[in-house]
Ligand binder design. Sequence first.
Ligand code: SF4
Ligand code: SF4
Length: 212
Amino acid sequence: MNIPPSSMCPGCPYRAPLAAMNRLWLRAIAGGGCSAIGAQRPFLAVESTAGKGAAPAALASALAAAPTRRGELIALCGAEELDPEGLAALAACGGVALAVGGGSCGELCGRSRVGFFVCSAFDIAAIEAALRAALSGDSAAVVFCRGECASGAPKRPTVYAINRDYCRRCGACLRLGCPAIAGQRPPVIDPALCAGCGVCAQVCKCSAITEA
Ligand code: SF4
Ligand code: SF4
């Protein structure tokens, strides 16, 4: 299969959720819009797309056919895609959905009796912990990653830079699919493209990436 390279924007709120999914070896059925970007390199975390608002129901069908996949297969969608019908399907199958976006879907989850975790869409460790907690139970849950689409959000006041003296050329930052990071020896961040999300700094074990 010819898998295209990522076309993800700098500052995309799906980057950290997909990085957290990769750490946990999770795969997803995506909904509409940008959630399908997880099928591209470097994340390769989306195995199919169901269309706008249809990811929870598609997950329910997949888990009905293969119940042992509950710990490795989730739904991935925009927070605005969640609705009572989708949450009812999630509740019935006991699955986990990762919802990304602004606003909140907590009240909707509460009414649907679906567990709810909330974290920043730009915090890989927090998302990973929330996913672990959601998957450790046996009932339905939504992990809500709060973060606005980079194309609509105001640009953050800070940008990030790589200190070449600390960089070990491991390539971890390059595997986030951020178009602001380029080059190899060492990589460099283009300040004109960087949206200041800070996700790349979280994967650098050498503390080489800091605010400029
Ligand atoms: S993650 Fe850090 S050490 Fe690795 S290539 Fe990027 S800046 Fe260098
Ligand atoms: S902080 Fe890092 S991951 Fe975020 S936009 Fe800038 S270069 Fe890309």
